[in-house]
Structures are given as structure tokens and as C-alpha cells.
Design a protein around this ligand. Structure first.
Ligand code: NAI
Length: 467
């Protein structure tokens, strides 16, 4: 085995800590520098805590609507402080687990803020003072941070970012969410299910820009049923505090108006985070959007410096960062490895859930491909009926000439789980026929995937497809 390389990983989110563990598994000498908590945004103030609160909202909503199943529950109440404590317990368990894993793999963890002295030297300022680390390689995994917009300084009091929205001191009576993207919809719907009145302001013509419009339509319809007000083509301009209330100024479809509420959530996107790293001292330069450009081996323009996760570009998703971490670790360890995944699945925990992988129909067409699609509604699924969740469908986009599956977009029950099969299909270069011929267990939700694949050829058995 060659001499271990001395690697410093900056940032211990799902990109950085995964990279560090893999580097250790591959025999390298690894130090991770983290200025906040292990686990990064995902574990501490993102994916995990939000999904815990969302699960509570879903359960509460199910209990309220269980009478159709003959179950009536009385005296159901939400104890917000207990919910927040339960959620924090999950976060603590997971971040503790990451700490344990790093320790068991022999990774040195330093708490502090890192900055470059040069491409092979990193300075760390922490509670224990200042130390200087020499490195053969440096991996930058510093993630991203919420974007602020003029008129809405985030104070995590009157104006929450997604971070503040995960530690509510009281349930808002009326929450105004700015931004109808991933975070705005997930948290807006969650608060509605917990009992708040919710208004979502979205600048563009519809929620979740860039996602399959047929899927989004289902979510918009369900938000209406749930009582979440979605104002599209609406820009938030600023707010004032008046008589103990918050008054939000908006321009809705060209008309100025005000909305009174007691809580504002600003969820208008995230931007890459690299402040204070002194990248220029390592000879690194950010692109126009603040990302570090990398090649397929996660190398920046500076030979021994790598970048992974949100700082390395879109999509800003934990699992994409983790994958990049594994690639960077292998490359540093001298293995022939590159990022060559065909697709990155995306999951959105709305009601119903939405998930998507691969190309949208219009993206495939724009690439000059002829496509055919197949769609199967959950309304025709026995399993979905038994769950009382029949809204939504699975849509498969396939190449008309080769039958190869190019994209799968779905909205409905448990689709955030179903998307794994779709990602595997695309990664393996499967055709719609491959999926259609695979026996799917009955009665399960993934049967909808098989039937959508059959529908690509006009042969779905449980819906009538006109020739
Ligand atoms: P986003 O980019 O998904 O959505 C932001 C929305 O705000 C857009 O629809 C935009 O049109 C709107 N907007 C911007 N300025 C506005 C204004 N002044 N007034 C009204 N609307 C305005 O960003 P979001 O939701 O903050 O999420 C950031 C990233 O975090 C996502 O891109 C995603 O990668 C990641 N994420 C992933 C999740 C998951 O995987 N389930 C969940 C949450 C976030």
C-alpha cells in the first residue's frame, strides 16, 4: 500500500463526513474541521428535523381524518414543546452517531473555523485557540446557507429562515411563507397540518418551478383542499410590525396589497457558503454564482484541492454531496474513479409527496429525442385506496426509439420511497419493457411503476387506454 495521504476535510455535513469516513476506510490520514455541529445542515437544521416534524403533521392530519375508516379520536392535541424535543432527540442521536463513526474510523475532528493559508496549509480558529494544519490534499465541503431578500432580515424571531422554522416556540396563528420551492412547500404544508393558517407567496407562475407541471398541479390542488393559500406571481416587498402583528407588503399579479400575520418564513433558496475560507490564498476562484467548479473527479482548478456537496454546484441535495464525497475520497486514495451517475433523484415531502429522477419530457425533447410517456394513477391502485391516499400518479418518460427510461416523475403516497426503483432503472439503462416485465408484489404501491411502464406501450391492465 502507498504512503497514506494527509487529508483535511473542511465541513462535516453529508458530503464532508461521508468523504472523511471513506478516506479513512481507504487508509488515508484524515482530519475534519467543523465550526458548528457534525452532520451539517442536513442532520441539524434541514432534511432530518424537517422530516420529523412533517411526519408529526402527517400523523395528526391522519388522526383528524380517520373517521372514514371508522376511527374517531377525541381529545387529540398537539404539545409543541414535546414535539420539538422529540425531533431534537432524533437529531442528537444522529449527530452523535456521526461523531462515533468518525472516531471509530480514526478520523481526527477539530471544532473550529478553517481558512486557507495556502493550498497545502489550513488555519483553524476554535475554542482551543489557533492551529495550523499541513495537508497533502484539502476537500472543501462547506455547504450552503439560506438566502436573505431585501426587506426581510432573518432574525429567527419575526422572520424565520428554515432553521428558525424547525424550532418554533409557539405555533403561528398565521404563517406567511415567502417562496413556493422545496422548503416553502414542505414547511408550509407541515404548519398547516399542525394547525396554523398558511399563505405561501411565490414569485413565478406556479409552485416548485422546474418540476414536472402535471405533478405540481396535483400538489397545488391538494394544498387548496388542505387550506394552504398559494399566491403565485407574488413578490414579497417588506414588512412592518403593527399592533403586535406583522404586516407584509406584497405585489400580487401587479397589484400592491398587505397581508397580516404573526410569523414570516423566508424560504427563497440557498446559496453556496464559502465566506471566510480565504480561497484566494489557495489560488481558488468562485464562479459567478458562488460555486467552485469541479471536474468529474471533484478536482478544482488547484491540483490538490477538491470540492464536494452544495459548494460544488447544483443540485444542492444531501445525497448528491455524499456521492461526490465518495468519489473525491477514491480519487485522493489513487483509485480510478469519477462521478458518472446518470441521475440524481429528488424528493419533496409535500402532501402528497413528490419525487422525480432523470429528464422531464420537455428536457428530453429539447435534447432532440422523440419520447413516449406512460402514466398510471394511484386512484387505480388497491394499495393506495387502502391507505386512503389515491391522489397522484407515476409518469414514465421513455425514448420512443429505444424504449430506454429517461425520466420518472411521480406524485402520491410514498413516492419518495418509490423513486429508488426509478433511479436504479435509469442507472442500469433499463427500458420501459424491462420494468413492465418485472414482477411487482401485490398489493403494493410500486405496482404503479410497473403499470406506468406498461402504459408507455398502451398496455396497462388496470386502466383503460384508448388505442
Ligand atoms: P427553491 O429554489 O427550491 O425555491 C425558492 C422559491 O422562492 C422559488 O420558487 C422562487 O421562485 C421563490 N422566490 C424567490 N424570491 C422570491 C420572492 N421575493 N418572493 C416570492 N417568491 C420568491 O429554494 P428552497 O425551497 O429555499 O430550497 C433550497 C434548496 O434546498 C433546494 O433547491 C433543494 O436543493 C434543497 N432542499 C431539498 C429538500 C429535499 O430534498 N426534500 C427539501 C428542502 C430543501
Amino acid at each position: 500500500m502507498s504512503t497514506p495521504r494527509n487529508v483535511v476535510v473542511i465541513g462535516a455535513g453529508p458530503a464532508g463526513y461521508v468523504c472523511a469516513i471513506r478516506l479513512a476506510q481507504l487508509g488515508q490520514k484524515v482530519t475534519v474541521v467543523e465550526k458548528a455541529e457534525l452532520g451539517g445542515t442536513c442532520l441539524n437544521v434541514g432534511c432530518i428535523p424537517s422530516k420529523a416534524l412533517i411526519a408529526a403533521g402527517v400523523l395528526l392530519d391522519k388522526i383528524r381524518h380517520a373517521s372514514a375508516m371508522g376511527i374517531s379520536a377525541t381529545g387529540v392535541k398537539l404539545e409543541l414543546d414535546k414535539l420539538v424535543a422529540w425531533k431534537s432527540g432524533i437529531v442528537a442521536k444522529l449527530t452523535g452517531g456521526v461523531g462515533g463513526l468518525l472516531k471509530n474510523h480514526g478520523v481526527t475532528v477539530i471544532k473550529g473555523t478553517a481558512s486557507f493559508v495556502d493550498a497545502r496549509t489550513v488555519k483553524v480558529v476554535g475554542a482551543a485557540g489557533e492551529q495550523v494544519l499541513k495537508a497533502d490534499d484539502v476537500v472543501i465541503a462547506t455547504g450552503s446557507e439560506p438566502i436573505e431578500i431585501p426587506g426581510f432580515a432573518i432574525d429567527e424571531d419575526a422572520v424565520w429562515s428554515s432553521t428558525g422554522a424547525l424550532v418554533p416556540k409557539k405555533l403561528p396563528e398565521h404563517l406567511v411563507v415567502i417562496g413556493g420551492g422545496y422548503i416553502g412547500l414542505e414547511l408550509g404544508i407541515m404548519y398547516r397540518k399542525l394547525g396554523s393558517k398558511v399563505t405561501v407567496l411565490e414569485a413565478t407562475a406556479g409552485a416548485l418551478p422546474g418540476q414536472d407541471r402535471d405533478c405540481v398541479k396535483v400538489i397545488e390542488r391538494s394544498m387548496k383542499k388542505l387550506g394552504v393559500e398559494l399566491l403565485t406571481e407574488t413578490l414579497a416587498r417588506g414588512y412592518q410590525k403593527r399592533n403586535g402583528k406583522l404586516v407584509v407588503n406584497v405585489t400580487a399579479k401587479g397589484v400592491d396589497k398587505t397581508i397580516e400575520c404573526d410569523q414570516i418564513g423566508c424560504m427563497v433558496g440557498r446559496r453556496p457558503h464559502s465566506k471566510g475560507l480565504a480561497l484566494e490564498r489557495a489560488g481558488l476562484k468562485l464562479d459567478a454564482k458562488g460555486f467552485l467548479a469541479v471536474d468529474k473527479r471533484m478536482r478544482t482548478g488547484v491540483p490538490n484541492v477538491y470540492a464536494i456537496g452544495d459548494i460544488a454546484g447544483q443540485p444542492m441535495l444531501a445525497h448528491k454531496g455524499s456521492k461526490e464525497g465518495l468519489v473525491a475520497a477514491a480519487v485522493i486514495a489513487g483509485l480510478k474513479e469519477e462521478y458518472d451517475s446518470r441521475c440524481v433523484p429528488a424528493v419533496i415531502f409535500t402532501a402528497p409527496e413528490m419525487a422525480s429522477v432523470g429528464l422531464l419530457e420537455e428536457q428530453a425533447t429539447a435534447q432532440g429525442r422523440k419520447v413516449k410517456t406512460g402514466q398510471f394513477p394511484f386512484a387505480a391502485s388497491g394499495r393506495a385506496m387502502s391507505l386512503m391516499e389515491t391522489d397522484g400518479f407515476v409518469k414514465i418518460v421513455a425514448d420512443a426509439a429505444t424504449d430506454e427510461i429517461l425520466g420518472v416523475h411521480m406524485v402520491g403516497p410514498e413516492v419518495t420511497e418509490l423513486v429508488a426503483e426509478a433511479a436504479l432503472a435509469i442507472e442500469m439503462g433499463a427500458t420501459a419493457e424491462d420494468l413492465a416485465r418485472t414482477i411487482h408484489a401485490h398489493p403494493t404501491l410500486p405496482e404503479a411503476m410497473m403499470e406506468a411502464a406498461e402504459a408507455v406501450h398502451g398496455m396497462a391492465v388496470h386502466i383503460f387506454q384508448k388505442k
